[in-house]
Design a protein. Structure first.
Length: 270
């Protein structure tokens, strides 16, 4: 696994004053309505980020180990959604949608063409058994992990650094949340500066009530460098370990009814 090389040089942080990569996840969840008529679907999309305080913070890999097994669990019988037979890996062509689930180490979009074809450079370790499987509804493997094949240095991969998007404007650096969700840590319209993205996770919420409570329990570890200098790894210590429950957005009142009405109209025309 790519993070193993960091274990021998791990530095134990004595005080939280140095911990610029926090042990807190934040999530930006929003609704994407896709298709029309009887094929109309409502997807709840969740972009999950690691909260950093320094633009120089680096994350080199996401993984699980025996002491801290990774887990990505949904409730209410939901499964993760992929489009056009895609997998958890970045799409390397235009065959993807804004709601397509994927894992990442910093890149906030699919089909990134630069630098150095990052979209084709993300790798999964041997524990992520269905990372390349089309339409995978789960993440299989107690220690599932992924890492950038082009490395985690600014010279080879600026996506590895938390501040890569700080100068961006528009949707890529502004929260897309359509309402404030307690516990997710991101408010509508908030800047996403110094947040490091680890994945986009989507569920189908077509027809679900506004009162539905769809949650996502995430447990995993990371390796990297605080402020770009002090090496740490969650494989041996608490720094870089995450265990948190996040909440998916649900359609606004009336949205589900409109989708259902569209389907009824299509059936009546037939």
């Amino acid at each position: 696994m790519r993070h193993a090389s960091l274990v021998s040089t791990v530095i134990t942080l004595a005080t939280p004053a140095f911990a610029t990569v926090s042990n807190t996840l934040v999530a930006d969840s929003y609704i994407v309505n896709y298709g029309s008529g009887s094929a109309a679907r409502a997807y709840s999309v969740m972009d999950v980020y690691i909260q950093c305080s320094s633009s120089a913070d680096i994350v080199s890999s996401v993984f699980g180990v025996t002491a801290w097994n990774s887990s990505y669990a949904l409730n209410n019988g939901k499964t993760f959604q992929h489009s056009n037979n895609s997998s958890w890996m970045h799409a390397t062509s235009g065959a993807w949608t804004p709601w397509d689930s994927f894992v990442t180490t910093g890149a906030r979009e699919q089909n990134v063409s630069s630098p150095k074809a990052y979209s084709a450079g993300l790798m999964t370790d041997q524990n992520f058994v269905n990372g390349g499987v089309a339409n995978a509804g789960t993440i299989q493997g107690n220690n599932a992990g992924w890492y950038p094949g082009i490395g985690a240095t600014v010279a080879t991969n600026p996506f590895c650094q938390a501040g890569y998007y700080n100068s961006e404007t528009g949707a890529i650096n502004t929260a897309k949340a359509n309402k404030n969700i307690s516990g997710n840590g991101i408010t509508v319209g908030q800047s996403l500066s110094n947040l490091f993205m680890v994945g986009r996770f989507t569920i189908d919420v077509t027809g679900d009530a506004e009162t539905a409570n769809h949650t996502f329990a995430m447990r995993f570890a990371i390796a990297g460098k605080h402020n770009g200098t002090s090496t740490f790894t969650g494989s041996t210590g608490s720094a870089g370990r995450y265990d948190q429950v996040l909440t998916f957005a649900v359609p606004a009142p009336g949205a589900a009814a409109l989708l259902a009405l569209g389907g009824m109209c299509m059936r009546r025309r037939r």
